[in-house]
Write a protein that binds this ligand. Structure first.
Ligand SMILES: [Fe+2]
Ligand SMILES: [Fe+2]
Length: 159
């Protein structure tokens, strides 16, 4: 059985922004679902579904977060955009590799083990991106937005 790392929701991933935190939990659930499938030897079957879900998630969550960062002129907004692009490239790269591996498997040139190994590698890279991006970049966005909105609230009540 393949042992995979599960991403736990910890203090390190909290951004001080409830909306972002709730959306990030959805990404964690998606990555962990793939991890569970891999543990059960079902990674190859799960990976295909995850590609579509990951891209849909990117369209939904990244747009929300990028608009938020732009609205409050977060200093880290540019880096956030670049890392989001890297996420999309990661998905596209693995989707291509998956198609090639499946074609090889079906033609007798490859194997189901190769597709399963691809799922393990994809899960690892997805986990690394998710943890490091949220803990570093998104956290700064959430904290910045919370600080700005708290200051505005304070100024409004002082008048
Ligand atoms: Fe982000
Ligand atoms: Fe995010």
């Amino acid at each position: 059985m393949t042992e995979v790392t599960r991403i736990e929701w910890t203090e390190a991933l909290k951004t001080s922004h409830a909306g972002l935190d709730n959306q990030h939990k959805e990404l964690l659930a998606m990555v962990n679902e793939l991890g569970e499938a891999i543990q059960q030897g079902q990674g190859a079957a799960a990976i295909k579904r995850i590609f579509a879900c990951a891209l849909a998630y990117a369209d939904w969550h990244f747009r929300y977060e990028e608009e938020l960062a732009a609205k409050y002129q977060c200093p880290i907004a540019e880096r956030n955009l670049r890392e989001h692009e890297a996420f999309r490239r990661l998905i596209a790269k693995f989707e291509q590799e998956y198609k090639a591996a499946r074609t090889a498997e079906l033609s007798g040139q490859g194997s189901s083990d190769a597709v399963e190994a691809l799922a393990v590698n994809f899960h690892k890279q997805l986990t690394d991106w998710t943890v490091s991006h949220i803990a570093v970049v998104d956290k700064q966005i959430g904290e910045y937005v919370s600080a700005v909105t708290a200051d505005k609230a304070k100024a409004a009540t002082a008048c």
